[in-house]
Write a protein that binds this ligand. Structure first.
Ligand code: ADP
Ligand code: MG
Length: 214
């Protein structure tokens, strides 16, 4: 299967070609059709296997192809465990959104809280955040997740190892389950806390484990 066979928007295919990516990686081949079918996903594959585009491409596809539920609220929220990882995701997202009117916002711990609150007033389509800081903004009502269409947890195992369970619960409570599609990525699915949180946040997820015996 090639990128052309995944049913992606022409803009996205041309960006991929421009980056010089010739073929989807295994996780991209398996995850993208599941996400494009609107299903929840619990996925694992090793570091460096291309997980970021496995979720960003179908998230961008959804944004390009469907009408928003809300004009004000973010449509896609991506949580990552550390500032560095969030910045990397944001970098790839900037590449996919450049030249469109879909703004991405980056919301990190350690930055000035009140300054940061202003980014939500620009109605970003995408928010990439570390969990503690995002939960703080939710509690201060700086943003609403009522219109959220996709919640993506990148490196869920690491977020839990870093003690972010309560913050993930906060996010889960703010985003409407009936409307939202949830994707969870983890280095391993053999992690009790990941299984537990997946049970609370995902609806009948499709499990995809690349290079791992379940
Ligand atoms: P992971 O999140 O699984 O650790 P990343 O999404 O960070 O992996 O991707 C690792 C590297 O592979 C990045 O530099 C990314 O640009 C590159 N990459 C992603 N998809 C492809 C592809 N289909 N072909 C070639 N390189 C790719
Ligand atoms: Mg990654």
């Amino acid at each position: 299967m090639q990128f052309d066979d995944l049913g992606l928007d022409r803009r996205l295919l041309s960006l991929i070609a421009h980056r010089g990516f010739e073929q989807p990686t295994d996780i991209q081949r398996q995850a993208i059709p599941v996400v494009m079918a609107g299903k929840d996903l619990l996925a694992s594959s090793k570091t460096g296997s291309g997980k970021t585009l496995a979720f960003l491409l179908p998230a961008m596809q959804r944004v390009l192809r469907s009408k928003p539920l809300s004009r004000r609220d973010p449509r896609v929220l991506i949580l990552a465990p550390t500032r560095e990882l969030a910045k990397q995701v944001y970098g790839q997202l900037r590449m996919l959104t450049s030249g469109t009117n879909h703004k991405p916002a980056l919301v990190l711990g350690g930055e000035n809280f009140n300054e940061q609150a202003k980014v939500f007033r620009q109605s970003p389509t995408f928010v990439v955040a570390t969990p503690g800081r995002l939960a703080d903004h939710l509690e201060q009502r700086h943003l609403s997740l009522s219109g959220l269409e996709m919640l993506i947890l990148d490196e869920a195992d690491r977020m839990l190892d870093l003690g972010f369970k309560a913050q993930l619960d906060t996010v889960n409570q703010h985003a409407d389950h009936r409307l939202r599609q949830t994707l969870m990525f983890s280095a391993t699915l053999d992690h009790q806390q990941v299984t537990d949180i997946a049970a609370g946040m995902l609806k009948s997820p499709k499990r995809v484990a690349v290079g791992e015996i379940e």
